[in-house]
Design a binder for this molecule. Structure first.
Ligand code: IZC
Ligand code: ZN
Length: 424
């Protein structure tokens, strides 16, 4: 038999194989480790992943020697604000002076400053800018991700952002799942009229559905933005319209968004820094995935991180994400998030790998497609300049990726693009 690609001499292969479905509590220990392994790829898919001495005898057009290093699934980033205009470096000085994130927003900065820049940018400029960041994410090993709108807060700009996400998904190698976040903040023209604004965003939701521009609907449930009750009503209507839902919950103030997310059957509840005991208990009892974003807590300069240990011990499913955005988490580096998860969330390496593969994939509705190196799946693989899987959450602040492979095709070698970027 003839294959397309063989990865040989793999010191450690993290297949992430193990129990089916999203991994909760104890199941987050499973990483499907195989030592001295081989992976065989044909027609963009994995046809063998296992011990070298059990590998089929095949010829392949390309053989990569992994030099005894680590190979894992392509990483999955389940929470990003990838498409935006402008940047917010001018707010760093305000942060240093101790002006809180929500105060900057209240004064018309923060999200609203990005809204203005995104409204002003044309579609092509947004596409180019997002492509730049997306390339960097790919070079750091992220082959599947979520991307949100939410910097338009009006029909034209929200649709513009969602079209850019669609075009990125079609023209770039990464798989990108789209989320409509029209309810991200209250724009100046609706100040004090949150109900009318949410009605407007609900109307727009119908267009988003008709044009098939998003799989998920999300809302920012936070002091000065949307209340728990407004969020509950909005997400319930989104579900009735056929969307899956997510929520930015308990990021800064503990309002009770975590409980509400579990009650409305959200696929994920994200942030959860201020989740209550009741919220954590409910995460354990339901299938709502806790997507934790420790990079944001770090960048907001806070000392209290999400209670990952309590969540895992109460049988919750935990995933991790960059929250890549121009304000509260300007980084494309999911490996740095792994380091923060180890140190600040006290997650074990096994839990962390589940958080950026299997559980991250389930958090964006592609648990049966991404996050594992098993027969029949897309060949999304990362070869690491790391001797074992403990090494990546340990050695921090750099890109450990040697080779990024998406659907069997090598895209990056030590940060450099291989071949041409496919743009149609
Ligand atoms: O642009 O500040 N938290 N939304 C909710 C964000 C952070 C993104 C931003
Ligand atoms: Zn976010």
């Amino acid at each position: 038999m003839k294959a397309d690609l063989i990865l040989k001499n793999i010191g450690q292969l993290l297949t992430m194989d193990g129990s089916e479905g999203v991994r909760k509590g104890e199941a987050m220990k499973e990483v499907g480790l195989i030592e001295d392994a081989v992976v065989v790829v044909k027609d963009e898919k994995i046809i063998f992943a296992g011990e070298a001495n059990e590998a089929p005898t095949v010829d392949a057009s390309e053989v990569i020697d992994c030099n005894g290093k680590l190979v894992t699934p392509g990483l999955v980033d389940p929470h990003t604000h990838l498409v935006f205009g402008g940047s917010r470096e001018h707010e760093l000085a305000l942060k240093q002076q101790g002006v809180p994130y929500l105060e900057i927003l209240k004064q018309g900065g923060g999200i609203l400053s990005t809204v203005q820049a995104t409204r002003e940018a044309d579609e092509e400029a947004l596409y180019e800018k997002a492509s730049f960041h997306l390339e960097r994410m790919l070079s750091y090993g992220i082959t599947t991700m979520e991307a949100k709108s939410g910097y338009g807060l009006d029909a034209d700009t929200e649709l513009k952002q969602l079209r850019v996400i669609k075009r990125l998904n079609e023209t770039k190698e990464a798989d990108i799942v789209s989320t409509y976040l029209g309810a991200h903040a209250i724009p100046n023209e609706y100040k004090g009229r949150s109900k009318e604004f949410l009605d407007e965003m609900l109307n727009l939701m119908e267009t988003v559905k008709e044009q098939n521009l998003a799989k998920f609907v999300d809302i920012f449930c936070e002091t000065g933005v949307f209340t728990v009750e407004e969020s509950r009503e909005y997400l319930t209507k989104a579900r009735e319209m056929g969307f899956d839902v997510k929520i930015h919950a308990d990021e800064i103030d503990p309002l009770g968004g975590t409980e509400m997310a579990c009650e409305v059957g959200a696929v994920s509840a994200d942030h959860l820094v201020g989740a209550s005991e009741e919220g954590i208990r409910k995460l354990g009892e339901t299938d709502t995935i806790a997507v934790l974003l420790p990079g944001t807590t770090f960048y907001l300069n806070k000392n209290e991180f999400a209670k990952a240990r309590e969540m895992i011990e109460s049988n919750a499913a935990v995933a991790l994400a960059t929250d890549f955005n121009p304000g509260s988490s300007p980084t494309e580096n999911l490996q740095l998030i792994m380091n923060l998860a180890a140190l600040k969330l006290r997650m074990t390496p096994e839990e962390i790998w589940n958080g950026i593969t299997v559980n991250a994939a389930y958090a964006i509705g592609c648990g049966d497609q991404a996050g594992k190196v098993v027969e029949g799946r897309k060949a999304d693989l990362v070869i690491w300049d790391a001797p074992n899987y403990l090494y990546v959450p340990y050695h921090y602040g750099v890109n450990h990726v040697r080779t990024v492979i998406k659907s069997g095709k090598t895209l990056f070698e030590r940060g450099e693009r291989v071949g041409k970027v496919s743009v149609s």
